[in-house]
Write a protein that binds this ligand. Structure first.
Ligand code: SF4
Length: 340
């Protein structure tokens, strides 16, 4: 057998797929088969979350000689339920999941660089502005550019800079501060007195994945990103396949087109099991424990406090400043909305 002639599904399984009457699922298998057959060395990045469980299930059906490698990044701040789940997945699929340590753990990054606040993009722009000792002033862009000449992108974000699109229409970028209601007014009234940063995403996740891909000479990185999940992560992609210059390999997202209903159909039909975060704690989705970017953070913290109390105390310790600042922002927003 040719080395990468490893992707294939049996006729019986193809018939079974047809009975689902779901084009998205059927198409995802056809694509997975085609993409995998063109790869010499594929790796799958698992998170232990529900999307990643489906990706693993698809790939395990398609990789019929078991050459695909699986890895999981230990950010240094993980649910016990996720760690247990990885052990279960190894048994269920008879695979080895390599546990990769973060280049720098989340607690380390937050302590050394600053705490994440609101979203990855907001944190990045605020971090850059803080690095230039920005005074959070409400001045026109051209004036601020003279005062702070080396942080154009962040100042454009702060000033809601306009651009002209292909049709000649003047628009405000969707990556501008106005995407968060009253945020600019809030920051001006309450300048942060602690460092804000998104560096944990870079060191605890991105760099660790990049290192693994390089060390293993992978030509294909498979992940569980879905378009319908929204946010900057999925907004970066237009389709299920692309080339990443940063990782120097192709990237493939087998469930990119799945909506929640496709997911449900898949889970039921293939009996996909999720971690206790879903089955016992009742979470709808999992990310980093207590990450301040989670729009449903308060619910998540209640769950963590109940089911993994040691992690809850650690989350308050690590992200506490951001939680307080976010709370203040929510109250400010409510007050401003009430004035109208
Ligand atoms: S998702 Fe949140 S906690 Fe996780 S690495 Fe990124 S900023 Fe840090």
């Amino acid at each position: 057998m040719y080395k990468n002639d490893r992707s294939g599904i049996s006729e019986k399984f193809a018939d079974e797929l047809l009975t689902l009457n779901n084009y998205t699922i059927l198409d995802s298998f056809a694509k997975a088969q085609s993409v995998l057959s063109r790869s010499r060395n594929a790796v799958v990045s698992l998170s232990g979350g529900s999307d990643s469980d489906i990706v693993l299930d698809i790939i395990s059906h398609v990789d019929n000689v078991g050459e695909v490698k699986y890895f999981w990044i230990d950010t240094g701040f993980e649910y016990n339920a996720t760690k247990e789940h990885l052990d279960c997945l190894e048994k269920k699929y008879n695979i080895k999941i390599e546990r990769i340590r973060a280049v720098k753990s989340i607690p380390f990054c937050v302590h050394h660089y600053g705490v994440p606040f609101l979203s990855k993009y907001v944190s990045e722009q605020m971090m850059r502005l803080q690095a230039h000792n920005f005074k959070w002033e409400d001045k026109p862009l051209h004036e601020l550019m003279q005062e702070y000449p080396r942080c154009k992108t962040s100042l454009q974000w702060w000033c809601n800079a306009r651009y002209t699109d292909d049709k000649g229409e003047v628009k405000i970028s969707r990556f501008s501060i106005s995407q968060f209601k009253w945020l600019k007014e809030f920051i001006i009234a309450n300048p942060p007195d602690f460092p804000i940063s998104n560096k944990c995403c870079e060191y605890a996740k991105k760099k660790a994945a990049k290192g693994y891909i390089k060390e293993n000479g992978a030509d294909l990185d498979i992940t569980g990103i879905r378009k319908s999940e929204g946010g900057i992560r999925s907004a970066n992609y237009k389709s299920c396949f692309s080339h990443s210059k940063e990782k120097d390999c192709d990237t493939y997202r087998p469930i990119f087109r799945y909506n929640d209903n496709d997911k449900k159909i898949y889970e039921q039909h293939f009996d996909v099991t999720h971690s206790r975060c879903y089955t016992e704690y009742g979470m709808k989705r999992t990310g980093c424990v207590g990450c301040p970017f989670n729009p449903n953070l308060i619910d998540e913290l209640n769950v963590i406090q109940k089911y993994e109390p040691a992690l809850y105390n650690a989350a308050i310790n690590i992200f506490g400043k951001s939680y307080e600042y976010s709370k203040k922002y929510r109250e400010f927003r409510k007050k401003m909305d009430g004035r109208k």
